[in-house]
Design a protein around this ligand. Structure first.
Ligand code: CA2
Length: 141
């Protein structure tokens, strides 16, 4: 089993600003948490600030990856391209948001990725990634 964990724009800056919304833990800590949760299974973590790079990564997962955890960050609310890439590869996907996008500004309430993702986890902080990984591990085992 292989999982791909994708993070969108600015998530590499975690812990540097807006700790009230995204917490105090940094991106390195998130990667360490993911590594621990993926104990015993193959995984890859990918972060990009570029929509096309995320689309390329999803396309390259076809036939090689069994499950995707994605926090598309700002692209959540804008990217039909990322939605289409996920639909094209057909890999079981869980959408994660550190903050609760459903209780913030109106524009954050709409997610294109949620048209495909089989589950959305929002507002659970970095723990949401672990819940998503555990869900896919259980589903795919
Ligand atoms: O809550 C989430 O995980 C989001 O996907 C984070 C995105 C935001 O655009 C979504 O609406 C919700 C923003 C990620 C930016 O992360 C930062 C980290 C540190 C400092 C500033 C921004």
């Amino acid at each position: 089993m292989k999982l791909l964990i994708i993070n969108g724009p600015n998530l590499n800056l975690l812990g540097l600003r807006e700790p009230d919304i995204y917490g105090k833990q940094d991106y390195k800590t998130l990667c360490e948490m993911i590594k621990k949760a993926c104990n015993g299974i193959d995984y890859e973590i990918f972060q990009s600030n570029h929509e096309g790079a995320i689309v390329d990564k999803i396309q390259s997962a076809y036939g090689k990856v069994d499950g995707i955890v994605i926090n598309p960050a700002a692209y959540t609310h804008t990217s039909v391209a990322i939605l289409d890439a996920l639909k094209a590869v057909g890999i079981p996907t869980v959408e994660v948001h550190i903050s609760d996008i459903n209780t913030r500004e109106e524009f954050r309430k709409h997610s294109f990725v949620s048209y495909y993702a089989e589950k959305q986890i929002a507002g659970h902080g970095l723990q949401g990634y672990i819940e998503a990984i555990d869900y896919l591990k259980e589903k795919l085992s």
